[in-house]
Design a protein. Structure first.
Length: 278
């Protein structure tokens, strides 16, 4: 019978062997630089242990990169789920990612034409871009290979966006307030105040000549209605001085109910007086 320790050791060895076999390797990486007239300027096979001398591309040169991806042990060509070339500027931190198409047999070919550079290429200066190959797969371990440093022509300054100025700090907004309302002269205010109170003064004068009699004004059945009417007048004056419309409607609704009952009582009592019952 196999012991538990022996079983676990065998299982771990198989797992390690599986993980080791599930790694990818890069075979026959080679680059070629050609000019616009198809003449070859430089061609080398890349070493995975040491970078070559930096590559330099002119404004019309073309870089061709070929390689094959295989399993590290079996040497069988494989197709990863994702294959990218990364162009990275270590000083500015700008980077560009360019996907690479790989055949089912693991062979790949990439072409960079500086006459029509891809939009994924980051902004460039006189510094080289570090070019690396990134592999991703659900079956094999991910891998990254540093290939070479690449000099390309400096990118031109992009034209400013029409709305760019809107995204810069704007001058502070200075509030402009309406000037304070001018108060009319005191003489004018006094004249119009007297004009408002003139009808009341005339009314009181006429009442004094006619001799208006209100014998039942302070009767217990009449006085509540008179007080509530005075309360409504005071509420309107308060509204003119301090209250808002919502508060006036609230307080008027509270006063309305007792005013209705007091008014009905006052009218009934007045009718009885006129009928000679009291």
């Amino acid at each position: 019978m196999i012991s538990y320790t022996t079983f676990c050791s065998s299982w771990l060895l198989l797992l390690v062997a599986h993980v080791h076999a599930a790694s990818l390797s890069l075979q026959s990486p080679r680059f070629t630089i050609s000019s616009s007239d198809a003449s070859q300027l430089r061609a080398e096979t890349l070493s995975l242990t040491q970078k070559p001398e930096p590559l330099t591309l002119g404004s019309s040169d073309t870089l061709k990169l070929t390689f094959q991806l295989t399993e590290s042990d079996k040497g069988k060509g494989v197709q990863p789920h994702q294959t990218f070339l990364r162009f990275y500027d270590p000083v500015s931190g700008e980077e560009g990612i360019q996907p690479v198409r790989v055949t089912p047999g693991g062979k790949a070919k990439f072409e960079l034409n500086m006459a029509r550079p891809p939009a994924s290429l980051p902004p460039t200066t006189d510094r080289p871009l570090a070019v690396s190959l990134i592999l991703g797969s659900f079956v094999y371990d991910p891998a990254t290979f540093d290939l070479f440093d690449l000099y390309v022509p400096a990118s031109s300054t992009p034209a400013p966006h029409p709305d760019e100025a809107s995204f810069h700090p704007q001058p502070p907004i200075t509030p402009i307030f309406r000037p304070e309302q001018k108060v009319p002269p005191k003489v004018v205010s006094a004249f119009f105040a007297a004009l408002v109170f003139a009808p009341w003064i005339a009314l009181l004068g006429l009442w004094g000549k006619v001799g208006v009699r209100v014998p039942h004004l302070f009767s217990p059945r009449i006085l509540p209605f008179t007080v509530l009417l005075g309360a409504f007048e005071a509420l309107l004056f308060w509204y003119w001085v301090d209250l808002n419309l919502g508060q006036v409607l609230l307080y008027a609704g509270i006063l309305a109910l007792p005013t209705i009952f007091a008014g009905n009582t006052a009218l009934a009592t007045t009718g009885q007086w006129r009928a000679g019952k009291h």
